[in-house]
Design a protein around this ligand. Structure first.
Ligand code: P6P
Length: 332
């Protein structure tokens, strides 16, 4: 049996499972892969070319924009435009939606929400960073301009989601709702190659990931969970370890593969949580659920949240199902 080993071969093979497929979706995924390779090239040279440091502006979140943030945003927006399969996009770097309002793009079926370069404050200190993307089918009729409703779909309506982690190696992880697969970039051939087939996150784990600097203002249930992890109960001898990188894709990727729980509760500064629903929580939640994990805001499934605003934030807890369930006992 022929088995795909590059991303493009895998996409093509997956497409064959959908007899009615036109290739539009595959082309969109292919161009996301191209953008990832272009960003990877810049990230890898960040120390050598004038791409480090702040760009001087700030993004919609009021965060200082790094030069690589802008490069990554421009690169992904350009690839989404030239591929012709995306009619509009939402980016963490832009207040307004990006609408390719012309006849070709108005005939496109897909909407993309993305964080072009998440964790970019870590760039200058060589910590892993990532791109996060989420793909929806548009709701408005093909051939017409997009509407606000196209962007405010629940996470459960995603047709695909994924991330690229630019770390010791560059890995693209994505799902179309048929499981989760990871592809490592082989620089010698410039291709993403299947390296993590059918990823399943461990049912339980010992890693908890949270910025304990915000402890004072955490919800009581989160404080109790942290103390539960830190107690050295002779009977159970729980061996929990705390691991927090401060780069969502890096923390999630480690926990996805090893098992663990990532927590970003509401805090004094972020009363709704810091992470953005449409292009951080939803895509990561889709991936974790497809890998057997759970993703919640502490009260409901992340993918069930009805968005009201494209940049809205949410408390975010995700990871190994047994760890999330234990947390929910403390939260509720
Ligand atoms: P804090 C990076 O800025 C980011 O958006 C995520 O990548 C990361 O998980 C989180 O913020 C870290 O936030 O408040 O712990 O620095």
């Amino acid at each position: 049996m022929y088995t795909a080993n590059t991303l493009n071969q895998f996409i093509t093979e997956q497409q064959s499972a959908y007899p009615g497929a036109t290739g539009d979706f595959s082309r969109l995924l292919h161009h996301i892969g191209i953008a990832a390779k272009k960003v990877n090239r810049k990230v890898n040279k960040a120390g050598l070319v004038d791409i480090l440091g702040q760009a001087g502006g700030s993004n919609v979140q009021g965060e200082n924009q790094q030069k690589l943030d802008i490069y990554a945003d421009d690169t992904f927006v350009n690839e989404l435009c030239v591929c012709g399969e995306c009619c509009a996009a939402v980016s963490e770097e832009k207040q307004e939606t990006i609408i390719f309002n012309d006849p070709i793009h108005n005939n496109a079926k897909y909407i993309v929400c993305m964080d072009p370069l998440d964790g970019s404050s870590n760039i200058d200190v060589n910590v892993s960073i990532g791109t996060i993307f989420s793909i929806y089918r548009r709701l408005s009729p093909i051939g017409t301009p997009v509407t606000e409703a196209d962007f405010l779909q629940k996470g459960s309506d995603q047709v695909a989601a994924g991330y690229i982690i630019y770390g010791s190696s560059t890995v693209l992880v994505y799902t179309v709702g048929q499981g989760v697969n990871g592809f490592t970039l082989d620089p010698s051939i410039g291709e993403f190659c299947l390296s993590h087939p059918a990823i399943k996150t461990p049912k339980n784990g010992i890693i908890y990931s949270i910025n304990e600097g915000n402890y004072i203002k955490f919800p009581d249930g989160v404080k109790k969970y942290i103390k539960y992890c830190q107690e050295n109960d002779p009977a159970t001898r729980r061996p929990f370890v705390s691991r927090y990188i401060g780069s969502l894709v890096a923390d999630v990727h480690r926990n996805l593969l090893k098992g663990g729980l990532f927590l970003y509760p509401e805090t004094e500064f972020y009363s709704q949580g810091k992470l953005r629903l449409m292009y951080e929580c939803n895509p990561i939640a889709f991936l974790l659920e497809q890998a057997g994990g759970i993703a919640t805001d502490g009260k409901q499934r992340i993918l069930d949240i009805v968005p009201e605003y494209i940049h809205q934030r949410s408390p975010f807890y995700t990871g190994s199902p047994d760890m999330v369930r234990k947390l929910l006992e403390f939260l509720n």
